[in-house]
Write a protein that binds this ligand. Structure first.
Ligand code: AMP
Length: 451
């Protein structure tokens, strides 16, 4: 029931006609966090309307739909179903009733104690099985409290949830934002005129002209109502477990995640990678787009020419989403092509952010060699992904992860690369300035699961 998603929220008493448009723009900026479905819920102050469907934000919200969604507050969601079905039913925001009226909920994360929750809250078989995702389960738990006040309902259920969750919740009169005690995934607060906004990443604020204020703290609940916000720490500040993969791959480079700019961090990772894994080469190229800033850092540090040797077709979604291996290999080729005029006859360092199943790197080495590259040295700006993620980044089961089955040299041979080098875990966690190595969840690399 794993979800890799983007959430958004806005509350502003005087933007009636624009509230849904602003959510739409916010979701547009968060599109990289999920491309399977999109939805917006708007509260008029008296009732809540939701529109959601499968597809990209621009496909779901055709002309005319947004103007029907008017109100004082809104939440939005983009979804990539890492484990559960990509069906309309699973798209969000979810609209439900509770003792205090209607509410809508948007969720990013993955709970690790579903069956324990079922027992604690005494859910019947039928109720439990009617929850196709963790997000539905959270809604069901809110209902079971029978509380009329959403804040009180949340204070009862949230301390029982284990795992990763960032929530935006809309009631008829309030917008609420919440982040789990370890702060796995990011959630930030911004100001727009007299109102406030919440988003998974602050790239959603720049697009709507909102000003970044601060992160929602791990375990903090923020309640926005009547153009004011109040805050309550509802979970004890545990040891943090910030998802390092947000910086490696998932977040947008112009975002500030865990208070550090993603592009800058990736550049530093690339520099560190060049120190740890040097190569004799004529040029450094990136795997667009997620490898770009690390490749730039590598080139700057190694003093090797940076070039764009692979061209990305921007009109297809993330290839990783394709369901089976055969399709995945095919889509890598539609997505990326080698620029022969640039790479032919050259010794190339190709930098990507990660190897998961190895499909991307293997296909790209082939593409580059077919385009005449003399040597291809693969450099990866994260350590080997050895373990699957329990907190929602869509890594496959352990058996599918290359590094578990083969040695580094076996993998290099399979990739047909001239050399292969990963950054070390110490190197990766050492590039941050505001966050200590121990603040991160590195379970996908180390197998040390914080929850
Ligand atoms: P693979 O081809 O299976 O080795 O996957 C590695 C490629 O997928 C890299 O180019 C990454 O940029 C990308 N990637 C890594 N993690 C994820 C993820 N959680 N979701 C989608 N794509 C990913």
């Amino acid at each position: 029931m794993r979800e890799e998603c983007g959430v958004f929220g806005i509350c502003h008493n005087n933007l009636k006609n624009e509230i849904a448009q602003l959510s739409y723009l916010g979701l547009f900026a968060l599109q990289h966090r999920g491309q399977e479905s999109a939805g917006i819920a708007v509260s008029s102050g008296k009732n809540i309307l939701v529109y959601r469907d499968l597809g990209l934000v621009g496909e779901v919200f055709k002309e005319g739909i947004l103007s029907t969604l008017q109100g004082i507050a809104s939440i939005g969601h983009v979804r990539y179903s890492a484990a559960s079905l990509n069906s309309w039913q699973n798209s969000q925001p979810i609209l439900q009733e509770f003792a205090g009226g209607s509410f809508a909920l948007a969720h990013n994360g993955h709970l690790t104690n579903q069956s324990e929750l079922r027992t604690i809250f005494g859910l019947s078989d039928q109720n439990f099985h009617n929850c196709p995702t963790d997000s539905h389960l959270i809604c069901k738990l809110i209902q079971t409290t029978r509380e009329k006040n959403m804040e009180k309902a949340l204070e009862k259920i949230i301390p029982q949830l284990k795992g990763a969750f960032c929530l935006t919740i809309l009631t008829e009169g309030k917008l609420i934002g919440l982040r789990d005690a370890q702060g796995f995934h990011p959630l930030v607060l911004g100001r727009l005129g007299d109102g406030y906004a919440l988003a998974s990443e602050d790239c959603a604020f720049s697009i709507i002209g909102a000003q970044y204020l601060r992160e929602v703290q791990p375990g903090e609940m923020i309640v926005i109502e009547n153009n004011r916000y109040r805050t309550k720490q509802i979970l004890a500040g545990n040891k943090k477990a910030l998802c390092i993969f947000e910086h490696v791959y998932f977040a947008r480079p112009d975002s500030n995640v865990f208070e550090e700019n993603v592009a800058e961090i990736r550049e530093r990772i690339g520099r560190r990678l060049a120190q740890e894994q040097p190569a004799e080469a004529d040029m450094v190229i990136c795997v667009p787009d997620s490898g770009r800033f690390a490749a730039l850092g590598y080139a700057h540090e190694a003093n090797i020419l940076y070039q764009e040797g692979l061209l990305k077709n921007n009109y297809i979604g993330r290839t990783y989403i394709q369901p089976n291996q055969k399709l995945r290999e095919y889509t890598v080729k539609i997505k990326l092509s080698a620029i022969a005029g640039i790479v032919a006859g050259k010794r190339i360092v190709m930098v990507d952010d990660s190897i998961v199943r190895g499909t991307t790197s293997r296909n790209l080495v082939k593409l580059l060699k077919n385009a005449g590259a003399k040597e291809v040295h693969v450099r990866i700006s994260s350590p080997p992904v050895n373990y699957s993620c329990h907190y929602d980044i869509a890594t496959p089961a352990r058996e599918e992860l290359w590094t578990n089955r083969f040695s580094l040299d076996k993998l290099r041979q399979w990739l047909e690369a001239d050399s292969l080098g990963y950054i070390s875990l110490k190197g990766l966690t050492g590039v941050f300035q505001k966050n200590k190595p121990a603040d991160f969840c590195t379970a996908c690399f180390s197998g040390e699961y914080p929850v």
